[in-house]
Design a protein around this ligand. Structure first.
Ligand code: XIL
Length: 718
């Protein structure tokens, strides 16, 4: 019985070396030159063995999510409940983790008894201040040895637009019970004074949410500035950082940090989380997204948003001393796991966004992008985008005025799987890749609000099982595929040949015949059967592969013998990502089509040299796998074998040393060059005529294969 080889395409990608590098640093280690990384914890996080080791491994600062809030430690006058807060403080003491105190005063989760007398009437402000003083002193004194900073007051500024008071001035304060009792901001000033009295060393913070919203930002700024000028001991501003995947924009975050940095020396992001819906802020009413599936686009938008937040904070590391995630994992999040807000998932496993945050690329913080962008060679006539600059950065632009988001699937730097475009004032969306892209051709699609579409700016290229957009980053060695006017060109024709494999039908192939084929009626030519990869088809080599242009140039320069190239569909695309497939059957069906149907058809319709010595098979990626299977299964058919980023041959699997004249194995330097080099050296030692080629600076993409064809074609049939 035939041995069935079941694989998934994912497993196959792993086998061929297309996987990310793993870097096992922790978050706090990755950021040790910048700022502390903190986490808000509940009691479970510090008692469960796995969760507490995660806390210890990843974080250098901790905040009690709820257990140090007024209502938690001081529920009634004269009654103190320290147990939970003590446990958190002890955990920090024992493990050398710094503790942020949160929060001394807040309108919510407050000791409401402080506001009222026995008859439930509001007290006079003097009574309130005395109660606040006692509370603040007691709490601070208890944790002085371990708490390095306190959120002294939380959320005193109002949300929303301008709120004119009776004098027509903006009334910036939230109308809390504190405010009702005092009628002004004195309660805030008092709280800071009490805190400073209690601990002259602890850093004292004003903490708020929606702190990047320009209106609220300016209110916070004005209030803190005025208080500091009046001698109120405020050391820092806490930016809560309850964001979402659409906002705030990097520009607004940057503007807020810059503005706060004018008036304080300490900025903390105190409660960072990024929801996958459109809500943000610290309000305690929000949607929990029950039953909603998080999409891949949402994950990518979240990665981009986290990347932006950390980029801004790194740029301001002189003033930013701590960035704290609000909760340890999605399971713990106050927003609920369906808001998907944190770097660790509901099973405490790091998501890709964890790696995006940790494995940041410092050079992307202040990139020096030259503004010499030019339309890509793949643009349709009269289209201006995508563009590429002299450094290889790619810039996308699309007009979609009503879209909520636009993502281009190209641009893979920093753990990201694409480039998020930003809405411009004119309704267009624009985005530049995080890093320069590799030289050569890259496929991409756009996602506009979740609909996968081709960028109308470019021509279409078949790949990924569909027509896609492409962008071309000029290669320094692109002369070998330049479209020259000084030479004769060959011809690529589309042929239809009959097939009986999987039912009677016509199949398609493109056939390249070299310049002069029509004139030299007596000349016969060798033939290369050249296969595409997974998701591609018979158009792939002649279009994005530029196979005919490469051949024309080589032949005109006398570097390659003139030969025919046949490019047909390799039946690769019934294979669906994530689903198992029968590698044996794909190879077997295609073997019949190629060897039993196409080769005889070509030999009878073209002037070929119809023998094994003059017949080669080569393929890229999955086409390389097919080449491997078919050349070994039918040793009588092909005399030259080529695998381009699609595996290797070993001496043991080639039964007869004389069955093959030449073996070519290649890949990009960003793939698995050592494996290719070793395979070829083993083949040579075993007496085979084998050669390797490594394409410098390229990965599993078309420049690797254009160059491979260029090198291989010079050796074939010689
Ligand atoms: C939240 C806690 O995470 C929840 O468990 C609790 O029910 C409500 O408070 N801004 C703050 C935090 O300053 O204290 C809030 O924490 C979230 C908003």
């Amino acid at each position: 019985m035939r041995k069935i080889q079941l694989l998934t395409v994912c497993a196959w990608f792993a086998l061929t070396g297309v996987y990310a590098q793993n870097n096992e640093k922790s978050l706090k280690e990755a950021y040790s030159d910048y700022f502390m990384i903190g986490v808000a914890v509940n009691q479970r996080n510090i008692s469960d063995a796995d969760q507490s080791s995660l806390v210890k491994k990843e974080f250098s600062s901790m905040t009690a999510e709820n257990d140090m809030k007024p209502v938690s430690v001081h529920p009634e006058e004269g009654k103190w409940t320290w147990e939970k807060a003590d446990r958190i403080a002890d955990f920090c003491r024992q493990n050398g983790i710094k503790l942020r105190g949160h929060t001394l005063m807040w309108h919510s989760q407050m000791c409401d008894w402080m506001f009222y007398d026995k008859n439930h009437n509001l007290v006079k402000k003097e009574v309130l201040f005395e109660r606040m003083r006692e509370h603040i002193h007691t709490v601070i004194n208890r944790y002085k040895d371990v708490v390095y900073c306190w959120d002294v007051f939380n959320e005193c500024i109002a949300d929303g637009g301008r709120r004119p008071n009776s004098e027509g001035k903006d009334q910036p304060l939230r109308e809390s019970t504190f405010y009702k009792i005092c009628g002004n901001d004195e309660f805030i000033r008092k709280a800071f004074q009490f805190a400073r009295e209690a601990d002259p060393k602890a850093l004292l913070f004003y903490n708020d949410y929606n702190e990047c919203d320009p209106v609220k930002r300016d209110r916070i700024y004005e209030m803190v500035k005025e208080m500091k000028d009046a001698g109120v001991p405020i050391d820092g501003i806490g930016m809560q950082g309850h964001y979402n995947i659409y906002g705030p924009s990097e520009e607004d975050i940057e503007a807020a940090v810059s503005k706060y940095a004018e008036i304080v020396d300490h900025i903390h992001v105190t409660e960072l989380d990024i929801r996958v819906n459109q809500e943000m802020g610290g309000q305690l009413r929000f949607s929990r997204n029950e039953g909603v599936q998080v999409t891949n686009d949402q994950k990518l938008l979240q990665e981009a948003q986290y990347a932006a937040v950390f980029r801004v904070m790194r740029r301001h590391a002189d003033k930013v001393d701590c960035v704290t995630f609000w909760n340890l994992s999605d399971r713990d999040s106050w927003l609920g796991a369906n808001n998907y807000p944190l770097p660790f998932d509901k099973d405490y496993k790091p998501k890709n966004v964890y790696r995006v945050i940790r494995d940041f690329i410092p050079s992307t913080d202040n990139p020096d992008i030259k503004e010499d962008f030019k339309p890509s060679a793949t643009c349709q006539p009269r289209q201006e985008y995508p563009q590429v600059n002299s450094q290889g950065y790619v810039r996308f632009r699309i007009t979609a005025p009503s879209a909520r988001y636009v993502i281009a699937s190209a641009g893979h730097g920093g753990g990201m799987g694409g480039t998020v475009l930003k809405k411009q004032k004119d309704g267009s969306w624009m985005g530049t890749t995080l890093l320069p892209e590799d030289e050569g051709f890259h496929y991409y699609t756009l996602s506009i609000d979740g609909v996968q579409v081709i960028d109308p700016g470019t021509n279409s290229y078949y790949g990924g099982g569909r027509w896609m957009s492409g962008v071309e980053v000029p290669a320094h060695d692109d002369a070998f595929y330049a479209e020259r006017t000084d030479i004769e060109h060959g011809n690529v024709q589309k042929i239809l040949f009959p097939s009986k494999v999987n039912g009677d039908q016509l199949r398609v192939a493109y056939v390249y015949t070299p310049a002069g084929y029509d004139k030299k009626q007596k000349q016969r030519y060798p033939v290369l059967y050249l296969q595409h990869g997974w998701g591609e088809n018979e158009t792939t080599w002649p279009v994005q592969g530029k196979a005919n242009i490469i051949m024309d140039n080589l032949i005109a320069d006398g570097k390659a013998l003139p030969f025919i190239v046949v490019m047909t569909y390799g039946m690769t695309n019934d294979i669906v990502f994530g689903r198992p497939f029968d590698r044996g059957k794909v190879a077997e069906d295609f073997q019949k089509v190629l060897v039993d149907e196409l080769v005889p058809y070509i030999d009878s319709h073209f002037r070929t040299m119809a023998d094994k010595k003059n017949r080669a098979m080569a393929g890229l990626s999955m086409g390389g796998m097919e080449t491997h299977a078919i050349t070994l299964a039918r040793p009588e058919v092909f005399g030259h074998y080529g695998i381009l980023s699609g595996g290797i041959y070993t001496p043991e699997e080639i039964k007869d040393k004389n069955q093959v004249d030449y073996i070519f194995i290649s890949c990009g330097s960003k793939e698995w060059p050592d494996r290719v080099l070793k395979a070829v050296s083993d083949l040579k030692s075993a007496g085979f005529n084998a050669e390797s080629y490594v394409s410098e600076g390229t990965a599993h993409e078309f420049l690797t294969w254009r160059r491979s064809l260029y090198v291989m074609a010079q050796k074939l049939f010689k």
